[in-house]
Ligand binder design. Sequence first.
Ligand SMILES: [Zn+2]
Length: 431
Amino acid sequence: MNVHIKNTVPTVSNIVVFFHRPNIMESMKRLQAYKFQILPSGEQRRDMRRFAGACRFVFNKALAWQNERYAAGKTVKFSYTTLANLLPLWKQDPAISWLKESPSQPLQQTLKDLERAYLNFFAKRADFPRFKKKGHADSFRYPQGYKLDQANSRIFLPKLGWLRYRNSREVLGVVKNVTVSGKQGKWFVSIQTEREIETPAHPSTAIVGIDMGIARFATLSDGSYFAPLNSFKHQEKALVKAQRAMNRKQKFSNNWKKAKANVQLIHARIGNARRDYLHKATATISQNHAMVGIEDLQVRNMSRSASGTTGTPGKNVRAKSGLNKAILDQGWFEFRRQLDYKLAWNGGQLVAVPPRNTSRTCLCCGHVVKENRLSQSRFECVECGFEENADLVGAINVLRAGHARLACADTSPAVGASGQEPTEATQAIAA
Ligand SMILES: [Zn+2]
């Protein structure tokens, strides 16, 4: 990882800020996910593939059912209960009676996932739910019925029986659910737990503002910055090439399978590099600062506005999608999510500030005008002539705004979204 530390900020080195520690909670709930590889028998392997397939089938069938109703002009409101009640009827259909062989609860959990996807869509947090494809994140979740036997490194799952797992660390807390997932022939369990912990007092009293950018992934108000995460760009060419090679092969032939494995390998490499980078960056920042101010960017909306809809394509699609791709590539959203929960774990807090004017306000005289930011990288005040790196100016304005926000709302424990449930994929590595 490229972390550039520059401790000297020539013109704006001594901004005085007072950090009032928020009321410290006595304890908090800590959600944590532990991911282990499992070592299934051949039969268990086949069953897991079947169960994942059944969940995917139910998800897609429910989504199609919902879409049909919508097309027929009926209510669009998604009802988990309605769909959960359809499930027994589907199982009686002789054509799909094989659904009966799968455990019931993971099928219901799939409908819960679809419900959540709809809620996220209506809350504008996500795109409209899509059909699941085979081989794409095969997984299913048990809300109960499991038994974890850590002493013997095994876990019991309904309709699968006991499975051995690579026990690399102790699972702490009460198990809330277990997700089984398969990727490239390997199978994993992600064990989500909950436990009460004492809220620690953050060892540091330092506070910092962060400006997210393209040229620099994150610029801190102390002048240090994180270089852009270009793992995707670097590997993009390799990926395109591998995908083309795959498309040239006869589908399902041995050569096609080999080419496909190669595509998946590159995908996995990109994902790993990105996760590793983000975890290191967020760990460093959350350990060294008790309060972190960050712009409240709606990453989702930015990416939506560029693509537009089929009827009305977004304006400047090409230019914008380049920017958006970079945003998504760099995982700003994931960065913020990780900062949020890691700060909460350490007894610090994330303060989200409205991004309004953070990039165009002069640090020296307070003049706000978009002409202050002449280029992507340079800030020059048209009023007083103050000059500085534009990202650093942004970070310091975010810090000031965050501080103002804290001062106004010093009783609320977190202005950010802490307490948000960490997803298993990222958290297993974090923990
Ligand atoms: Zn100025």
